[in-house]
Structures are given as C-alpha cells and as structure tokens.
Design a protein around this ligand. Structure first.
Ligand SMILES: [Zn+2]
Length: 106
C-alpha cells in the first residue's frame, strides 16, 4: 500500500482505496483497464473523482445477522466529496460529506 495524496492509497492489483466515514472502512476500487472494466479516476489526488458510482454490500457487524439483509453503501465520489445515495443503509444515506484524509495520515 502506498500513499496517493492525503486521501487515497494505491493497493496491489491496480486498485485505489479511499476511506468511507459511513462504513468506517476502506473501499477499494479496481482502476479501469484497457478493456474498459473498473472505475475511472481523474488522477486528482487531492479532490478525487471516480466514475461510475460505488455500490458495496457487506455483512458487517450491524447487518446481515440473524437473517437481516446485508448493509449497503452506495455513493458517488465526486471532486473530493462523497455523495451517499438514499439506498445506503448507514447513517449517512442521503448526505454529502468531504472525503476524509486517510486515517493516521500526517
Ligand atoms: Zn461505505
């Protein structure tokens, strides 16, 4: 994992991760390849934009237990802002927040 500006980290396999303050975890995106799969990134490390939207579902400690549906995090990362869509199951659904700096970054 290597730093990519204050907010992003570059991972193995051509992935780029940002910190999601709603899920309290990183979301890692596979960068678009020559075949067109994956996410587009505008290469702006300070105010990143990724396209298209990011939809994550996972069995967190708060969801997916005892038959409950998995948690959903659905967002647009646009110009350094995280726009959470209303189908997200966490507390930031419908809200827009700044993409935080990577935790522990100086
Ligand atoms: Zn999230």
């Amino acid at each position: 994992m290597s730093a990519l500006g204050p907010k992003l980290r570059r991972l193995e396999g051509g992935r780029v991760a940002f910190w999601c303050p709603a899920c309290h975890r990183a979301h890692a995106l596979t960068m678009r390849s020559a075949t067109g799969d994956g996410w587009g990134f505008d290469d702006n490390e300070d105010v990143p934009t990724f396209t298209p939207s990011v939809l994550t579902s996972y069995n967190g400690s708060d969801a997916g237990q005892n038959g409950a549906p998995p948690a959903i995090c659905h967002l647009y990362a646009t110009r350094g802002r995280l726009l959470y869509l209303a189908d997200s199951t966490h507390a930031l659904a419908g809200q827009t927040v700044d993409m935080p700096d990577w935790p522990g970054a100086t």
